[in-house]
Ligand binder design. Structure first.
Ligand SMILES: [Zn+2]
Length: 542
């Protein structure tokens, strides 16, 4: 054996001598860390879309970059219950769930900061918006993200030499995926469509970003989308025009910041929001959503082809991950049309009925407002109201948890007729209190584990509930917020020299992205990371 090996070695050595420079160059490229890591997120991008529309994808470097030349995982599921945009992006960035990064919702009540409105996951009154500035705009930062991101760790490992940026149409998606040590995060002013930032990153937009805003590119997107003036986000955001717009901004950033042209690895997070803005209106099965995904394929092809020509070493020096921040359920009509049970609930009526029942129990005849404006799946309680009635957090949350199933049932619309054939049998399947979640006192079930990973100290007092399947708070469009597979399933794929191309079956999670990249880049995992290194897709010798 030994002799054979030596003989082989001699033979290889002879070849190396014969074609020395080429082999040496390849070996060096193979060993080199990538110049650029891109974490690409598509908002409301369910795990079955890539295969459902695979025959539509005609480009070489759009989705086929991942499907044909990358490592593609078909069974990636979030393992928590609060399947929303802000927690999804934070989970991708930090490789942790809500009990690690603290982001439970897009916005929540925080009486220390405001008693008049829920604070958004990224708003920060200590800073101002940079760029187009509305009268009520306040700045933004990652102040609520309680864990480091992959990008943060790359910056730390390079003692600040690596450059980290995040972009999206949405502030939370730009900020929470990239993290704290970024040199900039950019998102849209909803009215004008210009890119803005926050003084957290500096007093003014970089010259290249200001130049992009002044270039006429926004007006081109408005014309393409036939957007109403002053409604860029709602109008253009729901069309493919906003996808090429965002990726053109990404090109301006890469060129302006010389991303991929430094001695250490740079990190860029990109989140395409357009699928979510449209998806809420039309649902997952609409031909319009299919057209959006097909357009993203074409736009990604153009972007990666551009990158290939503008990064040192081209795409062989770039690693990319692709995933979604959450999936989506069918519309009520769509579920019913397939013969599936579905139901509508009215959160406003539920809040009133809960307040009535709580007054009867704790403060007869007083008309106290115990329930705050809530974002499902969390029902938020007002601690001040309960304190006035001498009710503890545990007692208050237990009372709401006990009342919730009957309240949903009593406020449900009558058994639907017309296109909706069957009511969902149980409108509320399980309830979990914040006190219970904080103590980890949860059932030893898959759902119990997911609820544990949805715990955050933020959000005042609350009760989290799991609803019946395909339940929506509105008769039109659709939503995502449940602990069920359709909201938790997203694609996961990697492209780059470190990965073995192929299709991989078996359960993986979005938290695995940060852990896998951290391992390959030889940096610390993010501070609260819980993911697994996806060794089955890593090339030997990495
Ligand atoms: Zn959404």
């Amino acid at each position: 054996m030994r002799l054979v090996s030596i003989r082989k070695f001699v033979a290889v050595a002879a070849v190396v001598v014969a074609i020395g420079p080429t082999v040496a160059a390849e070996a060096q490229a193979y060993r080199a860390k990538p110049k650029l890591v891109i974490e690409l997120v598509i908002d409301q991008f369910r795990g079955d879309y890539l295969d459902r529309y695979r025959d539509d994808f005609k480009t070489a470097n759009g989705f086929n970059l991942f499907l044909n030349k990358g490592a593609y995982f078909t069974d990636c599921y979030y393992q928590y219950a609060n399947t929303m945009t802000a927690p999804g992006h934070s989970t991708i960035g930090t490789g942790a769930y809500t009990n690690g990064h603290g982001i439970s919702l897009n916005e929540w009540w925080d009486f220390k900061r405001s008693t008049t409105h829920p604070v958004s996951s990224v708003e920060d009154e200590r800073y101002d918006i940079v760029g187009d500035h509305g009268p009520t705009d306040i700045g933004a930062s990652p102040r609520n993200e309680l864990a480091s991101t992959l990008g943060d760790e790359v910056v730390l490992a390079s003692a600040g030499k690596s450059r980290l940026f995040g972009i999206s149409l949405k502030d939370r998606a730009a900020i929470l995926t990239s993290g704290h040590a970024s040199k900039g995060a950019f998102w849209l002013d909803h009215a004008s469509g210009h890119f803005v930032s926050s003084t957290y990153w500096g007093p003014k937009l970089p010259d290249w970003a200001a130049a992009f805003n002044a270039s006429g590119r926004t007006e081109k997107a408005i014309a393409e989308a036939k957007s109403r003036p002053g409604h860029f986000y709602d109008d253009a955001g729901a069309t493919p025009a906003s996808v090429s717009y965002l990726l053109d901004f990404a090109e301006a950033l890469v060129a302006g910041e010389k991303m991929g042209q430094h001695e250490t690895t740079d990190v860029l997070t990109i989140s395409i929001s357009s699928t979510d803005i449209l998806g809420h209106q039309v649902g997952p099965d609409s031909p319009r959503q299919r057209a959006m995904i097909d357009a993203i394929d074409v736009d990604l092809d153009a972007f990666f082809t551009w990158l290939d020509a503008h990064i040192d070493g081209g795409m062989s020096n770039v690693w990319v991950s692709l995933t979604g921040d959450h999936g989506i359920g069918p519309t009520i009509d769509g579920a019913a049309a397939s013969g599936m049970p579905a139901a509508v609930f009215n959160l406003k009526k539920i809040t009133t009925a809960l307040d009535d029942a709580l007054n009867e129990k704790f403060s007869p005849g007083k008309g106290v407002k115990y329930i705050l404006q809530s974002e499902v799946p969390y029902i938020t309680l007002d601690p001040r109201a309960f304190a006035a009635s001498n009710v503890s957090e545990a007692d208050a949350e237990n009372a709401v948890a006990d009342l919730l199933p009957a309240t949903f049932a009593s406020t449900a619309p009558p058994d639907p007729t017309g296109p909706v054939k069957l009511p969902t049998r149980a409108l509320v399947r399980h309830t979990y209190t914040k006190v219970q979640m904080a103590a980890g006192d949860l059932p030893n079930t898959e759902e119990g584990k997911r609820v544990l990973q949805s715990y955050s100290p933020n959000g005042e007092w609350y009760v989290l509930f799991s609803p019946g399947m395909y339940m929506q708070g509105s008769t039109s469009g659709t939503n995502h917020y449940t602990p069920y597979s359709y909201d938790r399933h997203v694609p996961l794929a990697f492209y780059g020299s470190a990965f073995v191309p192929g299709t991989y079956h078996g359960l993986v999670e979005p938290v695995d992205i940060a852990s896998t990249f951290a391992s390959l880049l030889r940096v610390n995992r993010p501070s609260a990371a819980v993911g697994r290194v996806l060794v089955e897709a890593v090339k030997p010798g990495q």
